[in-house]
Every structure is written in structure tokens, then in C-alpha cells.
Design a binder for this molecule. Structure first.
Ligand SMILES: NC(=O)c1ccc[n+]([C@@H]2O[C@H](COP(=O)([O-])OP(=O)(O)OC[C@H]3O[C@@H](n4cnc5c(N)ncnc54)[C@H](O)[C@@H]3O)[C@@H](O)[C@H]2O)c1
Ligand SMILES: [Zn+2]
Length: 351
């Protein structure tokens, strides 16, 4: 059985799993938004004989930290959760990464189930076993690899997700196509507005999940191939961090979209991606994602962030496209060309 299952409104498979009676208690971790918008759906569908205990945190990346973990561990301890307890993580990537990490470490590890409720979490964060929290100002500085018992994806949760969040998650869908599936890229390019009711989210999510799973299976600990999933993320992460220092912070996927434009340019310069492919990519991304302007851009800060990226060992390395649907990793790029790619980003938006 695949680790990731798609669920309808009735959550039949999750119900079956819970009613096997293998767990002494069932806990649901969520943030305030998913408690209000997603928990009622789940509660209605679950036919549990024993009660579910809730752990609710404030929403947001700023709560993905050790203080929140302490609260989760303490609540489990106070509630006498033993090693046969089960934690359901109902939320976006923040809840999934942090809840998974708490479960993987509580009493040396209890079972947990991921129920991702954002597009980003459904197509990306819930696949691949990476768990963790931010620490010392560094994203995901503390964490582990650990697989959930199962992941249940219900695309119906996306109905309440703000369009901006949907667009952010969609950047990872675009990335998956660009690095590994040119055929699906041609389909995805037809999506112009993300709240279009005609979009078949189940198909899109299933495609991303299967593609990412295949890559992760071949290289679970990111020794090589898995690095292709970082396309758009080297510049994307630096831009994301810089945006947090302004009044106009970007969501993760928005920063990745920015990064993909720059890194497509680098792909042309370093790996001979064709001009036509570059235009295809940048036309589409700039249609879906609005321009983001640096407030007081600091070159020093930008390169400090690039050099600090944990994936760099003495070089600034990129995962770049050979062509649409094919990606290579570990291409070193020098600072001058990286700066050119930022200028290219501006030029795409006519700035
Ligand atoms: N483990 C991995 O491989 C991996 C991969 C990518 C990202 N991540 C992590 O994921 C996190 C980002 O995930 P995210 O974008 O899901 O952020 P998030 O969990 O903060 O969710 C975004 C916002 O949407 C709200 N929300 C969630 N589901 C909703 C719904 N159905 N309806 C309405 N609102 C809803 C949340 O309350 C939150 O305000 C980051 O911490 C990132 O590091 C992890
Ligand atoms: Zn990402």
C-alpha cells in the first residue's frame, strides 16, 4: 500500500486505520485556522469510538519552534500519552513538519499521520519524511527524517485556502513539471487563475506526489538526485529570507517562483537551456506571480544568505534545467552571473 492515500469526504481509509484499535489514544495537532476550517470536516467524517484530544497552536511560521514543541510534548505527557499514542497532524507544512518531529521524538517515537491542508503541504511537505522546526533564526535547523504511518490527502480542504496560499503551493507544482515532466508542464500552463473551479486538484496533487516520491525513493537523504527538487530554491531561499526583513514578506512558493525565473536564466547561461524554453518558463511564471520589489537591496546580505545556505560547501551550487523536464544538480555559478539573473528578473517584468 502506498504511504500517501487520497481521501473523499468520508475519510474511509483513515477511519479503517483508526478503528483497528492499535492506538491507546488519538491526538490531533492543528493551528487556529485549521481547527476552525478543517477540523469540523474531519470530525464529521471520523467515526471514532474513543474521544480525540486536540492540541491547538497559533498559526504561522513564527510558531514553528522549540517552544511550540515543548507545549506539544508537555500536553502529550499531561494527557498520559504512551508509546502507542497516535498523532494526527491536520494543517499546512508548519503543523506537519513540527507535529511529525514531536511525534518522532516523543518517547523515542510514536505513530503519526499527516493530513496536509494546504496545497504546499499536499504536493511537497507531506512527501519525503523531512521533519523539523526553525531554530536560532535558521529555517528547519533542528529536525529529523521519519516517515508517517500514512498521509491522507483530501483536496476538499483547499476550498477554504486563501488564493495567495494556493498560488504559493502551486510554485512547487510548476517546479515538479520543469524538473521532470515536460508533458505535464504543457497541461499546467493552461492554469491562469488558481481559484478556477475547473482545476482538477486531485490530478495535479497526485502527479506531484508521485513525481516527488519517485525522486525521494531513489535518494532519501539528498546525497545526489534529490537535489533537483531545489530548482528555484537557492535564490528563492535567499529572497525569501530577505523579504522577511521587509514590510512585504513573501510566501515560500512566491519566493520559489522568483527563484525559478532567475535560475531558468542561469540554466540558459550554464547548461544551454534554449531561449524558447526560457521564454516559455518566464512568460508563464510572470503571468501567475506578481513582481516583487526589493526594498533597499543589499548585495552583501544577499550573498551572505546564499553562502550560508546549508547546501553550499565552499561553492554556490545550483540545480539547473538542461531542458524543460530535465534537471541537473551541483552546477557552480559565480557571483557576477547570479547578479545578472536578478537583473534578468526585473527585465521580465519590464522594470
Ligand atoms: N518537509 C518538507 O519536505 C517541506 C517541504 C516544503 C515546505 N516545508 C515547510 O512547510 C512550511 C510551509 O507550509 P505551508 O505553506 O503549508 O504553511 P502553513 O502551515 O503556515 O499554512 C499556511 C497558512 O494557511 C492556513 N491554512 C492551512 N490549511 C488551511 C485551509 N485548508 N484553509 C484555510 N487556511 C488554511 C494556515 O493556518 C496558515 O495560516 C514551511 O515551514 C516549510 O519549511 C516542508
Ligand atoms: Zn519549496
Amino acid at each position: 500500500m502506498d504511504l500517501v492515500q487520497f481521501e473523499t469526504d468520508t475519510f474511509t481509509q483513515l477511519n479503517q486505520l483508526l478503528n483497528r484499535g492499535e492506538h491507546t489514544s488519538v491526538w490531533v495537532l492543528m493551528d487556529e485556522n485549521t481547527e476552525a476550517l478543517c477540523f469540523p470536516v474531519l470530525e464529521k467524517a471520523l467515526k471514532l469510538t474513543t474521544g480525540i484530544k486536540k492540541i491547538v497552536l497559533p498559526a504561522g511560521e513564527q510558531y514553528k519552534n522549540i517552544d511550540s514543541c515543548q507545549l506539544i510534548w508537555q500536553t502529550l505527557l499531561n494527557g498520559k500519552a504512551d508509546r502507542k499514542a497516535l498523532l494526527l497532524n491536520l494543517g499546512g507544512g508548519v503543523i506537519g513538519d513540527m507535529g511529525g518531529f514531536c511525534a518522532a521524538t516523543y518517547k523515542r517515537g510514536i505513530d503519526f499521520i499527516q493530513i496536509p491542508t494546504t496545497l504546499l503541504a499536499q504536493v511537497d511537505a507531506s512527501v519525503g519524511g523531512k521533519l523539523g522546526v526553525d531554530f536560532g533564526g535558521i529555517k528547519n535547523a533542528i529536525g529529523s527524517f521519519h516517515d508517517p504511518l500514512m498521509t491522507f490527502i483530501h483536496s476538499g480542504f483547499l476550498k477554504t485556502l486563501p488564493e495567495r496560499e494556493l498560488r504559493s503551493g502551486f510554485a512547487e507544482v510548476i517546479k515538479h513539471c520543469l524538473i521532470a515532466d515536460a508533458g505535464y508542464w504543457n497541461l499546467i500552463r493552461e492554469v491562469k487563475t488558481l481559484n478556477d473551479p475547473k482545476i482538477d486538484w486531485n490530478d495535479i496533487i497526485a502527479h506531484s506526489v508521485s513525481l516527488k516520491s519517485k525522486i525521494v525513493e531513489q535518494d532519501p537523504k539528498e546525497m545526489g538526485l534529490r537535489k533537483i527538487l531545489n530548482f528555484g530554491h537557492t535564490i528563492g531561499h535567499a529572497v525569501e529570507s530577505m523579504s522577511w526583513e521587509t514590510d512585504n514578506p513573501l510566501l515560500h512558493g512566491e519566493a520559489v517562483a522568483f527563484g525559478m525565473i532567475c535560475e531558468a536564466f542561469l540554466s540558459k547561461r550554464m547548461l544551454n537551456l534554449t531561449e524558447a524554453a526560457l521564454l516559455d518558463i518566464t512568460d508563464y511564471i510572470s503571468t501567475v506571480y506578481p513582481y516583487w520589489k526589493f526594498e533597499k537591496f543589499s548585495i552583501d546580505r544577499f550573498f551572505e544568505l546564499l553562502w550560508n545556505d546549508k547546501k553550499n560547501n565552499g561553492k554556490i551550487q545550483f540545480s539547473l534545467l538542461n531542458e524543460i523536464g530535465y534537471c541537473s544538480y551541483n552546477t557552480e555559478v559565480f557571483e557576477n552571473l547570479i547578479l545578472d539573473s536578478l537583473r534578468f528578473y526585473d527585465s521580465i517584468y519590464g522594470k
